[in-house]
Write a protein that binds this ligand. Structure first.
Ligand SMILES: NC(=O)c1ccc[n+]([C@@H]2O[C@H](COP(=O)([O-])OP(=O)(O)OC[C@H]3O[C@@H](n4cnc5c(N)ncnc54)[C@H](O)[C@@H]3O)[C@@H](O)[C@H]2O)c1
Length: 269
């Protein structure tokens, strides 16, 4: 093992939702470490912009407009990737998300929408990419971007958090099922990440509260998630499968402890 073990030179990565937010941070970090990147985003404009930025770094990049909830589109996206870039080494299941909802008021349609975006879409992409990795005899890396909300209670995000928790255990099972093909499966679980979406309508009070709950005292950036994905996709992590890496500044560990300017560390009830 040496510093080249961190390189992703000429590996082919697919990042779902790679046109903006965390996915774009992952895609750009992959490109900086040498990977060619497919942006599989449902928004054509942001996908094309991200692909152009990756090409400007000297890597190959395709923007393939894909809604991960549409099985036919996912199949076509994976087939085009193999056709044009020769195979797949890395899949990051990043696209997903939620808005605050009361479980009781969300109703059948709301639950279904959450499950399609945060569960079914990940199954479609994982099945298709894993089959392509196996056919191409590539020892691939599959990553799910889950959430701290999948590891603790999340009122008003109950269905979303159930999906994220489910993905963490899906990861463990799949890590075993795909091990015979040399494919590794892992999760990265962020807390609050600084993205255009999360910063919309941010107030100074809310920001102060977020920072108080984060032991490292700064917002997680998309590139911090990208760093964990590079590690999990590189030879540095050749023996790492079936785990979750929390990229949260210590939020998960703090479990209610907060740093107060006057009192230092206090345990909030
Ligand atoms: N942002 C956070 O603070 C945070 C925290 C924890 C976990 N996460 C998780 O990280 C992931 C990315 O979150 P984000 O906040 O960067 O997302 P985002 O809402 O900013 O969206 C990022 C991109 O995903 C694309 N996208 C949305 N739905 C899609 C679909 N059905 N098919 C393909 N592309 C789609 C959008 O067009 C957009 O370009 C999600 O899985 C989310 O649950 C986010």
């Amino acid at each position: 093992m040496d510093q080249n073990s961190a390189s992703l030179k000429d590996k082919v990565a697919i990042v779902t939702g790679g046109g903006a937010g965390i996915g774009k941070g992952i895609a750009m970090t992959f490109a900086k470490f040498g990977a060619h990147v497919v942006i599989a985003d449902k928004d054509e404009a942001v996908g094309k912009k991200a692909a152009a930025e990756i090409q400007a770094l000297g890597r190959k990049s395709l923007a393939i407009t894909t809604d991960i909830r549409n099985y036919a589109q996912v199949k076509a996206m994976v087939a085009q990737t193999v056709r044009e870039l020769g195979g797949i080494d890395i899949l990051v299941n990043n696209a997903g998300g939620t808005r605050r909802h009361s479980f009781l008021e969300q109703g059948e349609e709301g639950w279904r929408k959450h499950i399609e975006l945060n569960f079914m879409g990940q199954f479609y992409c994982t099945e298709q990419a894993a089959k392509a990795m196996i056919a191409g005899k590539r020892k691939g890396s599959i990553i799910f971007i889950t959430s701290i909300e999948g590891h603790r209670a999340a009122p008003l995000r109950a269905v979303y958090s159930a999906c994220k928790a489910g993905l963490a255990n899906f990861t463990r099972s799949l890590a075993l099922e795909l091990s015979e093909h040399g494919i590794r499966v892992n999760c990265v679980a962020p807390d609050f990440v600084d993205t255009p979406h999360t910063m919309t309508n941010m107030t100074p009070e809310r920001m102060a509260s977020i920072l108080r709950g984060n032991p490292l005292g700064r917002l997680t950036q998309s590139e911090d998630i990208g760093g964990a994905c590079v590690y999990l996709s590189s030879d540095l992590a050749a023996m790492t499968t079936g785990i979750t890496i929390h990229v949260d500044g210590g939020t998960m560990a703090s479990s209610g402890w907060m740093r107060d300017a006057k009192e230092g560390w206090t345990l909030h009830p």
